[in-house]
Design a protein around this ligand. Structure first.
Ligand SMILES: CC(C)(COP(=O)(O)OP(=O)(O)OC[C@H]1O[C@@H](n2cnc3c(N)ncnc32)[C@H](O)[C@@H]1OP(=O)(O)O)[C@@H](O)C(=O)NCCC(=O)NCCS
Length: 228
């Protein structure tokens, strides 16, 4: 996808503390991000410039967070989860690996991105399952999409660019770009533009955003943004 952070990220291996009461970590190569003292950020995670990680959030080993992300209270970012820039993860959202979250994505409070299609605590012989006994599958959320509060995305699904998932939805199928989906299981109930509000039909398979005036064309269930 080519948009994940590289140069302007740093590891927490040798953090220096600023006097900022929020306990910003200042990294040797000049990268600064904020992690409050109660946040649990693994030293093997890579965090982008300007990112904030709030109380009781956990960022696991190998996770890669882009620049200017906000990780809310109690959120969980699993091992190796990758995140682009300007992502907002609201309180108590759970992003299980190997989730991939592109830039500009909004993850609402208490959202769950699952990673195990057929979860079991134990094997058929009753022994405790270990990480070798199952294959994690991930949720992918493309640029600018929003996942409403307490929604569950059941892996493996891809949520398209700028799509909007209504609060409380259970997403079991891929969601097209710009789709507004709701319910259990989530079904498309409309289209949204980049501003997040529903598009209005102007006939002839064309849609317009009442907020930005952007125009979209629908063809075979796919919505494309017209370029001016
Ligand atoms: C989905 C959503 C964007 C729709 O907003 P909207 O475009 O203003 O649409 P409306 O409120 O007019 O609702 C349109 C229809 O969808 C239904 N609907 C709205 N939200 C729904 C939801 N979460 N689940 C199921 N159906 C929903 C409405 O009942 C309505 O149905 P009807 O046409 O049969 O009456 C909004 O309700 C929503 O869920 N936003 C996410 C909020 C959120 O989680 N924020 C996170 C930060 S707190």
């Amino acid at each position: 996808m080519g948009e994940f952070p590289r140069k302007c990220c740093a590891r927490l291996s040798n953090p220096l503390y600023e006097s900022d009461p929020r306990l910003a970590y200042v990294i040797g190569d000049g990268v600064t991000f904020t992690a409050v003292d109660s946040a649990d950020v693994d030293t093997r995670a890579i965090i982008g410039e300007g990112t904030s990680i709030w109380h009781l959030a956990q960022v696991r080993e190998g996770a890669i967070l882009g620049t200017n992300c906000v990780i809310g209270r109690g959120a969980y970012i699993g091992p190796g989860v990758t995140m682009g820039d300007n992502v907002k993860v609201q309180n108590y959202a759970l992003l299980y690996e190997p989730a991939v979250v592109e830039s500009g994505v909004f993850i609402g409070p208490a959202v769950v991105l699952t990673n195990d299609t057929y979860p079991r605590a134990v094997n058929p012989d009753g022994t405790l399952k270990s990480s070798h006994d199952w294959n994690p599958v991930g949720v992918t959320i493309l640029q600018g999409a929003s996942i409403g509060a307490r929604a569950v995305c059941v892996a493996p699904v891809t949520v398209g660019r700028w799509a909007m998932i209504a609060a409380g939805s259970v997403v079991t199928r891929d969601v097209p770009d710009f789709a507004l989906v709701a319910g259990v299981p989530a079904q498309r109930i409309g289209w949204v533009g980049r501003a997040g509000v529903q598009l209005e039909s102007v006939g002839d398979e064309r849609w317009v955003c009442p907020q930005t005036a952007s125009v979209f064309t629908e063809a075979s269930g796919v919505l494309s943004e017209e370029t001016s």
